[in-house]
Design a protein around this ligand. Structure first.
Ligand code: NAG
Ligand code: NAG
Ligand code: NAG
Ligand code: NAG
Ligand code: NAG
Ligand code: NAG
Ligand code: NAG
Length: 769
């Protein structure tokens, strides 16, 4: 027993001794290096605690000084001096400085900011082979980036902002295999960006602001990870850069861009900050930028954007800063921007808007200027196209009439060819449809232009006829692996088109024998059902009986929405990452907008949509889309009433129709708020009672009934507004339920109250950077 105790005491002593020995021994060369760094930096005040006997690995780190060790070897060193630190004295040698660093062989992360370091970066820096992150901002480094940096193969982040570096951007930088962040802001680099920068696939941040770069930006469409591109204050241009659509921050201000904006910009669903200010951009200002789902900062000031703003334009609920000033915009200030809250900024002076609030030019000024920069108002353009067509027809004489005959023939064929039959007729149909693409474009050019612009905003291709072969190919002959499910409206398949895009295909067996003409009116309506918050139809395909050409099956092709149902994002137990409160409000706003469009955006309106939370799908950007609405085509086939309006027996049928959808919407709101599945009317009634009690009671009571996943992040005022509107939607008497406009107003109010309280969106929507 005694022996054993002795034994263990001995062990402890030996261990302690060994520990002391080891740390003393290992520290000496590295701590000598640190003391030497202190001397070379001329004993700055931040390092005044560093002494001969300091235990560097165990000092308390803070924001300006940190030494991190791993197994008694230094892996990270951060020294951040006072802002605007002066140059180190003449006897400072950057060469000795870097030589000293080489004595810290395991160094992975190095931050030397605002220390007055001066001189050219020495070649020896290439010997710091473990280096992953280097930040030497705010010093006085000059010369170029030495070629030896290319041997730092572990380097992920290189930050040399606010120095005096010059020369060209070396092309080999792009071949550093792991390079993720490259930031060279506020130096004196010049030349153009090498085209090799189109390839480093890890690159996530490229910041070249405040330099003297010029020329076109390389094609960045292959940089699929690029999220931040900052090129402010250079001389890039004149063409808008080609970029991937996952950008989060795009800053092009103060350059020489002179082009129009590409329509893809409206599909950058992750874009949070867009700064195009002080260039010479021309062309129409795409108002859809205001409603990009993630945009918080939009600055287009000081360009020559034209176009008319509409008061009814909608805005993203997260928008915080908008500057449209000094352009050539006309029309009305969008009300979603005017009625904003105190910490939001909206500037629009020096346009020709119909307002007295901020200083405006007379309307004529914008018209004249627009002409001066060579932008014709859209009407004139269309006229020109038409004129050109006329001129062609007249001048061509005989040729013209042949062309006309051909056009008429092709149209005739197209009308007949929407049917795609099995067997021999099918190939004829396809030939005709490829032929008509061109002629119909010429004929209805005006509609074509506005249509494509609309499609651009939604990021969807135009509505078209599909061939059966195309669908068979896309679904691998309607293979079971492509089967998605079966609902009351037929089976759904997922298809992969040749262009690489996914679609959802709904197959309908047609029961009654009808010719295709019977369906055309509905097809026409279906093709117009396009809205940001609807799962939109992309096209259709008929399959016909060979004997009498009546339709045997019909396929409706819809956009494919990848992110699952809204329920899978909120209900308890199912969701790994439940939606934040602001996202839930945004989803509710989306559904309400989709519903509003179904009711009032088309004639005749579409009611009785039998909305269910499982029919609300979320896309990449978590935009809510209604997937199963009362398509007249489908209802008709099932023998239901097609548009409902005329056939309902009640006094004011229209009101009832609308309010049935409002009730269903209320049930969805209830699930969003509670985070629980609500499947029976009984449960709805019980939960409505609970909400009513909570509304009348206090804040704590309201918190206690909301989904626990969000009850800490939602503001009480926002929550209360949501609860109130939910309860009103679920009132028993249809006429007591609110209108869709009323609902939207309240939801937007709830979003704004919540958005004005910073923090929610940041904490929950984990920003990618
Ligand atoms: C550099 O010169 C200063 C005086 O200007 C002196 O205090 C310092 O010790 C010198 N440093 C080195 C590394 O020689
Ligand atoms: C960090 O610590 C150093 C010494 O340990 C001290 O000189 C410096 O003032 C501290 N900085 C901050 C910001 O606390
Ligand atoms: C630090 O150690 C060196 C020798 O390693 C010695 O010459 C010097 O006097 C010591 N300085 C202090 C302040 O202890
Ligand atoms: C470089 O380091 C400084 C000091 O820590 C920091 O303020 C700055 O943001 C860093 N630069 C980048 C691009 O991260
Ligand atoms: C650029 O860097 C200098 C110091 O190197 C600093 O004074 C200046 O404010 C910086 N400019 C910008 C725009 O950051
Ligand atoms: C680019 O910068 C280098 C180094 O500062 C300079 O010699 C050269 O003249 C500059 N080139 C242009 C076109 O400005
Ligand atoms: C907005 O108003 C304009 C005219 O004021 C109208 O043409 C347009 O259809 C309206 N858009 C919506 C979505 O209500």
């Amino acid at each position: 027993m005694e022996k054993l105790v002795h034994h263990s005491v001995f062990l402890v002593v030996v261990t302690v001794f060994l520990l002391i020995c080891r740390s003393e021994e290992l520290r000496s060369s590295e701590s000598q290096a640190l003391l030497r760094i202190q001397r070379l930096l001329n004993f700055p005040t931040i390092l005044r605690e560093w002494k001969n006997n300091t235990d560097f690995c165990n000092t308390e780190p803070n924001q300006s000084l940190a030494v991190v060790c791993y197994e008694d070897s230094i892996t990270q060193l951060h020294i951040i001096g006072e802002k605007g630190a002066p140059l180190l004295p003449r006897n400072f040698s950057i060469d000795s400085f870097v030589t000293t660093l080489v004595n810290l062989p395991d160094l992975k992360v190095l931050t030397f900011v605002s220390l007055g370091l001066w001189g050219p970066l020495p070649d020896k820096i290439g010997r710091l082979t473990s280096l992953e992150i280097l930040n030497m901002s705010s010093n006085f480094l000059y010369g170029g980036i030495p070629r030896e940096v290319s041997s730092l193969t572990s380097l992920r982040t290189l930050i040399l902002d606010d120095n005096m570096l010059a020369g060209r951007l070396p092309g080999w930088l792009s071949s550093l295999p792991l390079l993720t962040v490259l930031s060279l802001k506020n130096n004196s680099f010049n030349g153009s960006v090498p085209t090799s920068f189109a390839y480093p696939e890890n690159l996530r941040v490229l910041a070249l602001s405040h330099n003297h770069f010029y020329g076109e930006v390389p094609d960045f469409s292959r940089l699929t990870n690029l999220q931040v591109l900052e090129l402010e204050d250079n001389a890039f241009g004149p063409k808008f850069p080609t970029l991937g659509s996952k950008l989060v921050t795009l800053v092009l201000s103060k350059n020489r861009f002179r082009s129009g904006l590409p329509s893809e910009l409206s599909s950058y669903y992750q874009l949070d900050k867009l700064d195009l200010s002080y260039n010479s951009f021309v062309g129409p200002f795409p108002q859809s930028l205001l409603s990009l789902p993630s945009i918080t900062y939009l600055n287009v000031a000081g360009n020559r954007f034209t176009g008319m703003l509409f008061g009814n334009q909608s805005c993203s609920p997260v928008l915080e800063f908008v500057d449209l000033s000094s352009n050539l915009l006309t029309g009305t200030v969008p009300s979603c921007l005017v009625s904003n809250y105190k910490d939001k900024v909206f500037l629009y002076a020096m346009n020709c808007l119909a307002t007295r609030k901020q200083k405006q030019h007379p309307l004529q000024f914008c018209r004249n200027e627009a002409l001066a920069v060579g932008i014709l108002p859209e009407k004139k353009k269309q006229k020109q196209v038409f004129k050109a067509f006329l001129a062609l027809a007249i001048l061509g004489g005989a040729f013209g009439s042949i062309l006309l005959v051909l056009v008429i023939f092709l149209i005739y064929r197209r009308i007949n060819s929407r049917v795609i039959k099995k067997s021999s007729t099918r190939s004829i149909a396809e030939n005709a449809s490829t032929g008509t693409g061109y002629t119909s474009k010429l004929l209805c050019d005006a509609r074509y232009i506005s249509q494509t612009m609309k499609m651009g905003a939604l990021g969807l291709p135009g509505y078209r006829t599909f061939s059966l072969e195309e669908l068979e190919e896309a679904t691998n002959n309607f293979d079971t692996s492509a089967f998605m499910g079966e609902g009351s409206y037929g089976q759904m398949y997922r298809g992969l088109l040749r262009d690489g895009s996914y679609v959802a295909i709904r197959c309908l067996k047609i029961k009654r024998r009808h010719g295709t003409q019977n369906f055309m009116q509905h097809i026409d309506l279906t093709s117009k059902l396009r809205h940001w918050n609807l799962v939109s139809a992309l096209g259709h395909c008929f399959e016909c009986y060979l004997d009498d050409s009546s339709v045997s099956s019909m396929f409706l092709i819809f956009e494919y929405v990848p992110n699952g149902t809204l329920r899978s994002w909120i209900s308890e137990g199912h969701s790994k990452r439940p939606l934040s409160w602001i996202r839930r409000i945004a989803a509710a706003i989306g559904i309400a907008k989709g519903l509003q469009f179904l009711h009032t955006g088309i004639v005749p309106g579409i009611y009785r949509n039998n909305l269910k939370i499982t029919d609300i799908l979320l896309d990449y950007s978590l935009t809510a889309k209604i997937s199963s609405y009362n398509l007249p085509l489908l209802a008709n086939n099932l023998g239901k009433v097609s548009h409902g309006i005329s056939s309902s027996g009640s006094k004011d049928p229209w009101i009832d129709e609308e309010k049935i959808d409002i009730y269903d919407f209320g049930v969805i709101l209830l699930e969003i708020i509670k985070g629980r599945q609500v499947n029976s009317e009984k449960k709805v009634d019980a939960l409505v009672d609970q909400l009513q009690l909570a509304i009348a009671a206090d804040r704590a009571a309201r918190r206690s009934v909301v989904d626990p996943a969000v009850n800490r992040s939602c503001l009480d005022q926002s929550l209360k507004t949501m609860m109130e509107i939910c309860v009103r939607c679920l009132l028993k008497k249809p006429e007591d339920r609110p209108s869709i406009e009323d609902i939207l107003w309240n939801l937007q109010y709830a979003a704004q109250v919540q958005g004005a309280w910073r923090g929610d969106s940041q904490s929950s929507d984990s920003s990618p950077i």
